[in-house]
Design a protein around this ligand. Structure first.
Ligand SMILES: Cc1cc2nc3c(=O)[nH]c(=O)nc-3n(C[C@H](O)[C@H](O)[C@H](O)COP(=O)(O)OP(=O)(O)OC[C@H]3O[C@@H](n4cnc5c(N)ncnc54)[C@H](O)[C@@H]3O)c2cc1C
Length: 333
């Protein structure tokens, strides 16, 4: 059993490292929470030949890293990873566990919470420590209509998953040192029932929408799939990424990974265009960090217009077409 200093654990999800920065973002927030709690930050890393990530997590704020490094852990195996985590938690008793709300994290964290009979707040948009030293987990609730502040006073560990892009990572510092605890792979784990047959990377976007400086978001007001496609042409001219609201994704006008909102991605562009978007809270919760918003909507009273720095009352298609025409003239001369 470790000494009595509390620990905040961050699960090390290092897949697609250069795109998926959520672990580094969580380490950054965990470092701030640890100061309030007088706790240590500990990263947990499972995998095969993972020293690179161990050092990376120390450079980004981890005081300690628990590592299980074994060829059997090369690919994510949900049951094995959960079993390993449960054993570590049983021995080390962390105060708080934070997991990125990636596809894997969303599968992983609830299984741990269920097995340990503790609480878990999913898709948090903020984390804090209250006067009682409890983790305050701010998460969209009741269909995203309110932001609930949730505490877990009676069970440990306190657990939360957090969306990529919610917190800013701190710059790495390779001078930092930390304790590395190497744990042998247990021989008596239950057999994994899920077998990976093959894996294939899905086609990459030109840049990650969460990091894009300019994002063009389209909503149902674009009218049709064909009209929505014009936004892609505009995006190419502006080197912008394309995002969408839920009705657009459901209508199959664009792939699901373009979804911006509570159920999709959080963005923080310098400039955000919102074409034909009403501004429902489930969508706007994910664009609060946009620096400058230009909205185009036929309805001047749409909530999106109130949120915008420039609100253009017009037909979204006409504005999009006019911008394409003007940009082509400017670019080609
Ligand atoms: C649990 C839950 C989770 C959800 N998660 C998400 C999420 O992650 N992301 C998300 O986006 N939504 C989410 N939603 C749905 C959300 O509540 C809204 O329904 C959705 O964001 C609305 O999308 P929209 O603005 O494209 O469509 P609408 O609300 O239908 O708005 C269309 C807008 O276009 C305008 N318009 C119409 N024609 C034109 C035109 N020719 N030119 C200009 N403007 C025009 C209209 O005035 C209107 O303001 C979620 C809902 C629930 C219950």
């Amino acid at each position: 059993m470790k000494d009595s200093i509390k620990e905040i654990w961050v699960f090390g999800d290092y897949r697609n490292y250069f795109q998926n920065r959520v672990t580094l973002q969580l380490l950054s927030r965990a470092t701030e929470l640890a100061k309030m709690l007088q706790a240590k930050v500990c990263a947990v890393v499972f995998g095969d030949q993972v020293d690179e990530w161990v050092n990376e997590y120390i450079a980004h704020g981890a005081d300690r890293v628990l590592v299980i490094d074994h060829p059997d852990l090369k690919n994510y195996k949900i049951e094995t990873y959960v079993n390993l985590m449960i054993r570590l938690i049983g021995k080390q008793r962390p105060e708080i566990i934070l997991v990125g709300a990636t596809n894997f994290g969303r599968e992983f964290a609830p299984r741990i919470a269920k097995r340990l009979k503790t609480g878990l707040s999913a898709d948090c948009v903020d984390l804090d420590i209250n006067d009682e030293g409890l983790l305050v987990q701010t998460a969209p609730s009741f269909g995203g209509n309110i932001l609930a502040q949730i505490i877990t006073p009676e069970c440990k560990p306190q657990m939360a998953t957090v969306r990529p892009g919610t917190f800013q990572e701190i710059p790495h510092n390779y001078e930092r040192t930390g304790e590395i605890v190497r744990i042998p792979m247990p021989a008596d784990l239950p057999k994994e029932r899920v077998h990976l047959i093959f894996s294939e990377r899905s086609p990459q976007r030109s840049q990650r929408i969460e990091e894009a400086k300019v994002v063009i978001c389209g909503g149902r007001g674009m009218g049709s799939k064909k009209k929505f496609k014009k936004l892609t042409e505009l995006g190419e001219l502006m080197n912008a990424e394309i995002g969408a609201t839920r009705p657009v994704v459901y209508a199959n006008w664009i792939e699901a990974d373009a979804l911006i909102g509570q159920a999709g991605k959080h963005i923080k562009p310098k400039v955000l265009f919102a074409f034909g978007i009403s501004g429902a809270i489930q969508h706007t919760a994910a664009i609060n960090n946009a620096e400058f918003i230009i909205a185009v909507n036929k309805n001047p009273n749409a909530p999106m217009m109130a949120m915008a720095d420039i609100a253009i009352v017009a037909d979204a298609n006409q504005v999009c077409t006019a911008m394409i025409k003007e940009l082509k003239v400017r670019i080609r001369g």
